[in-house]
Design a protein around this ligand. Structure first.
Ligand SMILES: [Cu+2]
Length: 105
């Protein structure tokens, strides 16, 4: 039989998670991030929105917050969750001048 108590607990846990994790947006336009620095809380998500007409790359090699999106096509939005407190440097391998510092609290 379907376990109603378990299902309710799962719903409460997932809605609580959504309540505490915030979603931020950083855009890439004219080969620049919309800001050079952003402060988020551990567990928050930054959605990277490529508003350029060219492709970008996105990566971080910062310990605990490593990720890579090899090719981010124009118009695409990519959410990245930052899990580990510290400073994460986000860069574009195609345009090395593009730099964003994410301060994860
Ligand atoms: Cu780029």
């Amino acid at each position: 039989m379907f376990n109603v108590k378990y299902a309710l607990a799962a719903v409460l846990v997932s809605s609580a998670g959504m309540a505490f994790a915030a979603d931020h947006t950083v855009t890439q336009k004219d080969k620049q991030f919309s800001q050079s620095e952003i402060t988020v809380k551990a567990g928050d998500t930054i959605t990277f929105s490529n508003d350029d007409a060219i492709a970008h790359n996105l990566y971080s090699k910062s310990s605990g917050n490593e990720f890579e999106i090899p090719k981010q096509d124009p118009g695409s939005k990519n959410p990245i969750t930052f899990k580990t407190p510290g400073e994460a440097k986000v860069q574009c391998a195609i345009h090395p001048k593009m730099k964003l510092v994410v301060k994860v609290q």
